[in-house]
Design a protein. Sequence first.
Length: 171
Amino acid sequence: MAPKYHPTPLSGGDRKALAKELGKARAMANILAAQSAEMRAKGEAIIQQADRLLCESWNERMWSDGEPIDPSPSIDQAVNGGFPWLEIRCARCKTPSDVDLAAMKHPPTTFVHDLASRLRCRKCAKVGRRPSATLLQLAWQPRHLETKLDRCAISIRSRRTRPQSARYFES
């Protein structure tokens, strides 16, 4: 956008007054921009704290009730709140695993409880079973150290229709 044009007055007093007013306006613009940046930073910190509290309350409800609670935080709320890992367990073989929510290929607005029907155990898939995963809680860091062979223990089922060979992919 082009800067606004202010015609220069002919008299010296008016030119000085215009220059003074333009200087005040520029100074006020800088002050307001600094205040805006400060308030935006405070707002982002407040939103991050609200997301963290939402994740902690969902974890407490999961612990007390023991089933996927609706409503749950969305993936982006969990990651923003400092809980980028989802602890799960296979309903059949009871194998615990951690899913990195930040690396998932789902939209960030997907709710965590909606992932329960999409997570599948790959160990059980080799036997011909496809039990869904049980959600345990959101976590700050992965709890279960996985070996190279166990990295593929959990897969995610996509809702899109794909060929059978490409339907399940790694989380």
